[in-house]
Design a protein around this ligand. Structure first.
Ligand code: NDP
Length: 508
């Protein structure tokens, strides 16, 4: 009955004038329903309703988010001039959005999928977005493959169904995906909720100081509650019982004062080390081994405030990996380079060219002075101190500040579409993960999760993919192949072929 409570608050039209009647349209009679166009309240109400939905995100459509703070616990300011990292105890407001990747806005939170882990730091030098996942690596390492990859995770264009053939055809034709495909089919692919999972920048980023010295960094967010996962069976059950369970869990925990917390670390590599490291440090399909680059404490992340209006603050939240502040910059990671363009572009499509003026996206701890003007939904101007819309000018307009110049990077380049065929090194970390990190139960679940999914793909695709598992670790490939009822000697001989020959041998 809450909505019928009598109140002093007046219901108004969008322009502020009072609404006279909200229960009956203006018609020609008690029974005759010829409705008058002069009922502007009715027309406005229907027209607004017709426009309530904006395009859903093409990836990461289903999500939940909250506000909180990041606090520095270790002084690493010799590596970065970023002011929000300048001293121990410094706190910065943050927004975090968690999400699944492939499903639509109404899909189940428990789906087997990576989880997005996107942060917006409202720093005094502008907003800094760190748009990562709960898995430290990615399926592909070149942005040109991204739309194809995502198509295979979504619905088949003809049947409009998720399709195991598309999924494994793509994975088996892009063997660099094996590391993340393996992570995804462990129980870490179905985290219990958003509070019990880690976050990673996945990409390598640059940190630079005021002397223009730079290092390469990877960020790690370790959940203080630890990692908790569903088995495949539990995840499937939860999808039916409560498809929004992780959204609900996050909201309820924060309402109850159980604020989720992550310890934040970085791995740091010098440029000299990067040239020599045994893995390409900019290849997002690889991690930097902890033994080589230990986790260095940086801070903590705490979420302590729920959104008041989900649509305004979470659905309209716009993250972009290209939103850097001085002291942080991109690396030559080829997937990151594509994301630097694509995220801002998709926000322009989804929310409009002035999406940064929506309060949740607005820099709230620094002034914004830009020459970009007008466009749809522009609600800002240069205020009390108007300045023109061109630069340079002699009208007291804002000036660039060269003192924030990032380091100069010297390279010798050959411009080409540098094709990077799969090499043996692309299988090393998957083998290490299987042998060294997964215990027997984790291995059993990985195998049964894979078999349960791959059994829906065509046999030739199963052979091609099992050969890749075998190449990473014979026991791994053998067990998946056994589960699918494949001929192990054929899997072994396919694993010994070049990728081109393997593809030719498994066309049908
Ligand atoms: P370590 O052997 O030092 O540590 C293993 C890592 O694996 C820990 O970060 C652990 O995270 C994580 N882990 C444990 N169980 C699982 C699981 N079931 N699913 C996913 N991750 C799990 O790591 P190394 O650096 O020596 O790398 C060895 C292999 O571990 C790598 O090839 C990679 O596949 C994997 N890995 C490495 C990470 C890195 O950044 N170096 C991060 C995650 C995995 P937790 O503490 O949360 O259990």
């Amino acid at each position: 009955m809450g909505f019928l409570k009598m109140t002093e608050k007046k219901y108004t039209k969008n322009e502020g004038a009072p609404v006279v009647n909200d229960q009956a349209s203006i018609t020609t009679g008690k029974k005759e329903g010829y409705t008058l166009i002069q009922d502007s309240h009715l027309i406005d109400k229907l027209a607004h309703f017709d426009r309530e939905r904006i395009p859903e995100r093409v990836v990461h459509a289903k999500g939940a988010g909250a506000f909180g703070y990041f606090e520095v616990t270790n002084d690493l300011s010799k590596y970065t001039r970023a002011k929000f990292l300048s001293e121990i105890g410094k706190k910065t407001d943050v927004l975090v959005r968690f999400s699944t990747v492939g499903g639509e806005r109404g899909s189940a939170d428990s789906a087997r999928d990576p989880r997005g882990f996107a942060l917006k730091f409202y720093t005094e030098e502008g907003n800094y977005d760190l748009v990562g996942n709960d898995i430290p690596i990615f399926f592909i390492r070149d942005a040109i493959k991204f739309p194809d990859f995502i198509h295979t995770q979504k619905r088949h264009p003809t049947t409009n169904l998720k399709d195991a053939d598309m999924f494994w055809d793509f994975m088996s034709l892009n063997p660099e995906s094996i590391h993340q495909a393996t992570f995804l089919f462990t129980d870490r692919g179905t985290p219990q909720d958003f509070r019990h999972m880690d976050g990673f920048s996945s990409h390598t980023f640059m940190w630079y100081n005021e002397n223009e010295e730079y290092v390469w960094v990877k960020y790690h967010f370790k959940s203080v509650l630890g990692n908790a996962t569903f088995t495949d069976e539990e995840a499937t059950k939860m999808a039916g019982e409560n498809p929004d369970h992780a959204t609900e869990d996050l909201y309820d925990a924060i309402e109850d004062g159980n604020y989720p917390e992550w310890d934040v670390y970085v791995q740091i590599m010098t440029n000299e080390e990067a040239k020599e490291y045994k893995f390409d440090p900019f290849d997002v399909t690889k991690v930097w081994y902890h033994g080589d680059y230990p986790l260095i404490p940086l801070g903590k992340l705490v979420l302590n405030k729920n959104p008041v209006n989900y649509f305004n603050e979470i659905e309209q939240a716009a993250f972009a990996p290209s939103a850097f502040v001085p002291g942080v910059g991109p690396s030559p990671d080829k997937l990151l380079q594509g994301r630097l363009f694509s995220y801002r572009d998709t926000q322009r499509h989804r929310l409009g060219a002035n999406y940064h003026q929506i309060p949740v996206n607005k820099a709230k701890n620094t002034e914004v002075n830009t020459y970009q003007r007008d466009g749809p939904m522009n609600v800002e101007d240069s205020g009390e101190n108007p300045y023109p819309n061109y630069y340079p000018n002699t009208m007291d307009g804002p000036e660039p500040d060269a003192s924030f110049k990032p380091p100069t990077i010297e390279i010798q380049a050959i411009i080409d579409s540098h094709t990077r065929p799969t090499e043996d090194i692309d299988f090393v970390q998957t083998g290490e993960f299987y042998r060294r990190v997964l215990d027997d139960t984790n291995k059993d679940h990985l195998i049964s999760n894979l078999v349960g999914h791959m059994m829906n793909a065509k046999e030739n695709i199963q052979y091609r993919q099992c050969a890749l598992f075998y190449k990473a670790e014979p026991d791994y490939g053998t067990r998946v192949a056994e589960g699918l009822g494949l001929d192990i000697s054929k899997v072994k001989s396919l694993s010994e072929m070049s990728q081109d020959d393997r593809v030719k041998a498994t066309l049908n």
